[in-house]
Write a protein of this length. Structure first.
Length: 441
């Protein structure tokens, strides 16, 4: 977070999830996917181009079947659909993604278009690399009960883009790809935006348990036995309202840390005159001494503030980078911007700062994080990293090589992320019930 604050307006608002929806097995499988004659679909009305596409394949991009939490829905409900790709290299230009819903008679009944290059989205097709999943929310139209098919196309300046078909994907003559089905039933229960919870910690034991029954926070640069250190990071404060900003410690006159009634931590972001003040806590001192761990499960239970463009986060940095013994890596388990336009989305990002790049990204629609307490977790193994919201998987990605070493947890309440802060309330509170870590038994 501290490395790329100037890019946060793009980085946080990504609706692309590199690795999201693609399992480790499908990621590994891409080398065996080769271009094959298209499995023809009937002609479908409603194409953006209306003509047959260029028969020359774009061999660097494979399209896979969609991932979706629910395949049954009543009319009027919203469903999340993750459209999965694998890009061996980027496409030549910025294309738009068009997700359509067709009935059994091949008639278009709903459509959502993502430009992939506007003020809310990031990582256009000219920058794709590796596994990519675009999570799109679609409202199911008022249509008769029946089976409907999701059809995808990438629409460029020269019409639809011809891609490789992954297993089970079918293509028509206009380079549109059938990637999944939706069963519409008026009697169906409104589906959750998330898949069923699958988190299982029965084979794990707790290694770190902070429920904030008391405050063990130090302003010291050296380890003095405290649980948390408040002066190790100066990050995540990006106001645009002609003010200054600082992350401060417990000795500051405007100490941002306090206990909640009954247990838990409150971090306060407040505007004092022309200064924004808040707090960031690390589990290690400035030399990397304290709690850190390689692999396992990390979780925070928290309620985020609703104040416009506040920026809470739960993340990890590698301990070796603290003393310069290794390049820096960063695991953003969750970041949230309380912007009215996307206040029900959370972001997850992995960074390899030795390469100055983001590896996987996810931007996922959930139940609004500022309405109540939710859990945000990461299951981390040598092979995969899986991220959870209230015990449900939001995305999974192969573990980058820079994340094969110990990391330490960080929690903070920032502001802005590159978004305007003129209407941010003067007082904002992030409430944390606990932060925990587990390792395999």
């Amino acid at each position: 977070m501290c490395e790329v604050e100037g890019e946060m307006r793009k980085r946080l608002m990504v609706v692309l999830a590199i690795g999201s929806g693609l399992t480790a097995s499908s990621y590994a499988m891409h080398n065996s996917v080769i271009a094959s004659p298209a499995s023809r679909l009937p002609f479908l009305a409603g194409s953006t181009s209306g003509v047959e596409c260029d028969p020359v394949l774009a061999p660097q991009v494979t399209v896979f079947k969609a991932s979706q939490p629910s395949t049954v829905s009543p009319p009027g409900a919203q469903v999340n659909v993750a459209v999965n790709f694998l890009a061996d290299s980027a496409l030549p230009e910025n294309d738009s993604l068009v997700l359509s819903l067709f009935n059994a008679r091949h008639k278009l009944v709903a459509q959502v278009k993502n430009s992939l290059d506007n003020d809310l989205l990031f990582l256009p097709t000219s920058e794709w690399s590796g596994p990519v999943s675009i999570t799109t929310s679609m409202t199911v139209p008022k249509v008769p009960d029946g089976s409907y098919k999701y059809v995808l196309e990438l629409d460029g300046s020269h019409g639809s883009v011809n891609l490789r078909e992954g297993p089970g994907v079918r293509r028509d003559r206009q380079c549109r790809y059938e990637i999944g089905k939706l069963l519409v039933r008026a009697s169906a229960v409104v589906p959750s935006l998330l898949p069923p919870p699958t988190l299982d910690l029965s084979h794990y034991e707790m290694t770190f348990d902070e429920e904030f029954a008391s405050l063990s926070i130090s302003d010291s640069a050296a380890n003095d036995g405290s649980r948390w250190y408040s002066r190790n990071e100066e990050c995540c404060m990006m106001p645009t309202d002609v003010t200054k900003a600082a992350m401060v410690g417990t000795s500051d006159p405007h100490n941002p840390y306090s206990l909640l009634t009954g247990g838990g931590l409150n971090i306060r972001l407040q505007k004092v005159s022309k200064l924004w003040i808040s707090g960031v806590l690390t589990s290690v001192d400035s030399h990397g001494k304290g709690f850190s761990q390689m692999y396992g499960y990390f979780e925070m239970k928290a309620k985020f503030p609703p104040g416009e463009n506040t920026w809470p986060a739960f993340w990890l940095l590698n301990t070796a980078a603290k003393t310069g013994r290794a390049p820096a890596g960063e695991i953003d388990v969750v970041e949230y911007i309380a912007n009215p336009r996307f206040s029900d989305y959370i972001s997850t990002t992995l960074h390899d700062w030795s390469q100055h790049k983001s590896v996987p990204m996810s931007h996922y629609r959930v139940n609004r994080p500022s309405d109540s307490f939710h859990t945000y977790g990461m299951m981390w193994t040598a092979k995969t990293m899986t991220f959870y919201f209230d015990g449900s998987v939001t995305f999974q990605t192969p573990t980058p090589s820079i994340m094969q070493q110990p990391y330490y947890p960080i929690v903070d309440l920032g502001i802005g992320g590159g978004w305007p802060t003129e209407r941010t309330p003067a007082v904002n509170n992030m409430q944390i019930q606990y932060i925990r870590a587990y390792q395999s038994k």
